[in-house]
Design a protein around this ligand. Structure first.
Ligand code: IDP
Ligand code: MG
Length: 156
């Protein structure tokens, strides 16, 4: 099982509602390792690049205003199959369909204001990590508790 990195954005609703700590805690408690974390203000150009697959959608102008309305927190976490693990922790896009226990299912009632972005595949994750983080902002560090987060063959 490969150790992967995935990109997470805690959206303006998450920051405005004071939920950053709770969401970061869930990721840490699951055993994912923080590799990078910073606050930033998205601009339209970055939003267009990040959501290129959605620019033609009728809701896109609203999505840009939302995502650029106030700061976000960008994070990279790593762990075995981190891309799928984090997507599963988020739940589906429409938070009303998200199961209790997922981040969207516990903290949101909205399709647009759904708290969190997470990369949807390993290929996307590689691009998204590079889109939001410079190499020197990412940290490969030895975490002492790693002997207990997964068996050795799950972290190759
Ligand atoms: P994802 O965040 O679950 O990967 P995407 O389809 O990639 O979902 O959409 C990106 C973001 O665009 C969503 O998280 C949400 O904020 C917004 N969005 C997606 N679909 C809709 C919609 O139908 N109405 C309003 N906003 C939407
Ligand atoms: Mg997506």
């Amino acid at each position: 099982m490969a150790v992967e990195q995935t990109l997470i954005l805690l959206k303006p609703d998450c920051v405005q509602r004071g939920l950053v700590g709770k969401v970061v805690a869930r990721l840490e408690e699951r055993g994912l390792q923080l590799s990078g974390l910073k606050m930033m203000h998205l601009n339209k150009a970055k939003c267009d690049e990040h959501y290129a697959h959605l620019t033609a959608k009728p809701f896109y102008p609203g999505l840009v205003s939302f995502m650029t309305s106030s700061p976000i927190v960008a994070m990279v976490v790593s762990g075995p199959e981190a891309v799928k693990v984090v997507r599963d922790m988020c739940g589906p896009t429409n938070a009303r369909n998200a199961a209790p226990g997922t981040i969207r299912g516990d903290f949101s009632l909205s399709t647009q204001y759904n708290i969190i972005h997470a990369s949807d595949s390993l290929e996307t994750a590689v691009k998204e990590v590079a889109r939001f983080f410079h190499k020197e902002e990412l940290f490969a560090w030895e975490r002492k508790m790693d002997a207990l987060t997964a068996a050795p063959d799950e972290k190759k």
